[in-house]
Design a protein around this ligand. Structure first.
Ligand code: ZN
Length: 507
């Protein structure tokens, strides 16, 4: 393992400043974690202000000209080092973030942060009331702010590019569009072929499963896979997420539905995948911008790989199903493994993205991505969004939302200040998860047999070695190239879906 240089005084100074900023950001993340888990509703207004204040301080400190000077002073040192040395990588990554950050005024960041909290509050209230009119003005302001944000990055090809680039560095709307078009062309016939068959019976998952027992079981699952509880914990929330305050404190959240075994189980495995990534970063990177996942797509690939390629595989349940039956004997002792396996892999054209199966999921993402581009381009007004949403669900998935709560208001993203830049990562992540998993199997063909025996260390170590440890050192494109020898491609995902669902549905 390489170590970050301890001797160059300017690099030391840069690191000291970066760690101070990281401390402020971590405090802000902790405030967010608390808001989403234990904070009483009365804390909302002050909490929004507190987080905005911290973000503004961090932003001001990071865009300080002293950072620019240090980066400039370090340029010859950086150029004397190999590209993949930790020192050169740190300087490179900081320079990239710095050049982004200085384009955005600190008061804009604070305004955005405050708006985000207010908009989230409005959505949380309006969604159960099915009241789109109540969130429309917030969403209009979000759109204005996102367009303003893009305007700080003049010279872009598409107005969404600066937003996409912030989450998935190096990606553009045009690249994503063409990858999605290719993927869609392959997926639609598969979805149609499955939809013409009887829908799988998943009633075994919809009995009553007491909350405490579900939580205990899902914790046991992730402990066996390799989540480190000395460096993490799980709590309940409304919309599950992973967050971290250091490499030694990487937390996950989940939600439970007593009449749906899928929810807590797979959201826990999903968030664990995000957490394994962050727990696996080289500890030398602590407190620096290298100590984070490299892009939203790569991050999502790690959660989806554990959730789907592992967690929804027959091999995994050959190992784990007896434990599940023992935890819920009344509900499952008479349900055969194969029935359970088909239930957790039921394919259905449905309304809710987060509940969607692996085959239809990406169609949900594409709808949001296209609508975001139309909004940003000015070709779709916020007031027309519910109708546009419903129309796309009718044409793409053959279902029409009965109300906006399960339609245009279902996802939190647009209501936390992000139009553009967030949804593409889900599908890019699905593509990468299949591509990485293929590479892992090529290097270690015994992985499926090991999973069947409850042994996850070969896969976990391979991911740690090839992906996790590097944090943000390499870009997504570099990681894919290093790990698979290819660039990002839809083919591994299509192969995976064809093989798995071809067998389940005899396509
Ligand atoms: Zn995720």
């Amino acid at each position: 393992m390489q170590t970050l240089d301890k001797t160059h005084p300017k690099l030391q100074e840069l690191k000291t400043r970066l760690t101070e900023i990281d401390d402020i950001n971590s405090a802000s993340s902790l405030l967010y974690w608390d808001q989403a888990t234990y904070m009483p509703p009365g804390g909302a207004a002050a909490r929004g202000r507190q987080m905005a204040t911290l973000r503004q301080i961090a932003h001001t400190k990071f865009s300080d000209p002293a950072i620019a000077q240090l980066l400039e002073d370090l340029r010859p040192y950086e150029e004397s080092l190999p590209y993949d040395s930790d020192e050169a990588s740190l300087i490179r990554v900081v320079r990239r973030s710095y050049e982004r950050a200085v384009r955005v005024p600190a008061d804009f960041m604070a305004k955005m942060s405050l708006h985000r909290t207010q908009s989230y509050g409005a959505w949380a209230k309006a969604r159960p009331e099915n009241n789109f009119a109540a969130v429309q003005p917030y969403l209009e302001k979000t759109l204005d702010l996102c367009r303003d944000y893009a305007s700080f990055f003049s010279g872009y090809e598409h107005i969404a590019d600066p937003l996409i680039d912030g989450a998935d560095y190096g990606m553009k709307a045009s690249t994503v569009r063409s990858l999605f078009a290719e993927l869609r062309q392959e997926l639609v016939p598969i979805v149609n072929a499955i939809a013409s068959q009887p829908i799988a019976d998943d009633s075994c998952l919809h009995q009553t499963f007491p909350e405490d027992e579900q939580l205990a079981f899902s914790l046991k699952v992730i402990e066996q896979i390799g989540y480190d509880f000395q460096r993490g914990r799980q709590d309940k929330t409304l919309h599950p997420f992973m967050t971290n305050f250091s490499i030694g404190d990487v937390r996950i959240t989940t939600r439970v539905r007593e009449n749906d075994l899928n929810e807590a189980l797979f959201s826990t495995i999903h968030e664990m995948g995000h957490a394994l990534y962050e727990q696996g970063i080289n500890p030398e990177y602590e407190g620096t911008p290298l100590a984070t996942g490299t892009s939203s797509g790569v991050h999502e690939s790690q959660s989806r790989l554990w959730e789907n390629q592992v967690g929804r595989s027959r091999n995994f349940w050959k190992f784990c199903y007896p434990q599940l039956q023992a935890a819920f004997p009344n509900q499952l002792s008479n349900v055969p493994l194969e029935t359970f396996y088909r239930a957790i892999n039921k394919v259905e054209r449905s309304l809710i993205r987060t509940d969607a199966d692996e085959v239809t999921y990406n169609l949900h993402v594409m709808i949001r991505f296209d609508l975001e581009l139309a909004l940003l381009e000015g070709n779709l007004a916020v007031r027309d969004l519910p109708e546009a949403w419903n129309e796309r669900y009718r044409s793409d998935l053959g279902v029409v939302p009965p109300n906006d709560s399960v339609g245009v208001m279902q996802d939190v993203h647009w209501y936390t200040g992000s139009i553009g830049g967030m949804f593409q990562g889900y599908t890019l992540g699905n593509m990468m998860s299949a591509q990485f998993f293929e590479a892992a199997l090529k290097a270690n063909p015994q992985i499926p047999t090991e999973i069947e025996q409850g042994k996850f260390s070969t896969l976990h170590n391979w991911l740690r070695e090839n992906i996790y440890q590097h944090g943000q050192k390499y870009t997504a494109a570099e990681i894919i190239e290093r790990v698979t020898g290819n660039c990002l491609s839809i083919n591994p995902l299509i192969r995976y879906i064809q093989q798995k669902y071809g067998e389940i549905y005899a396509l």
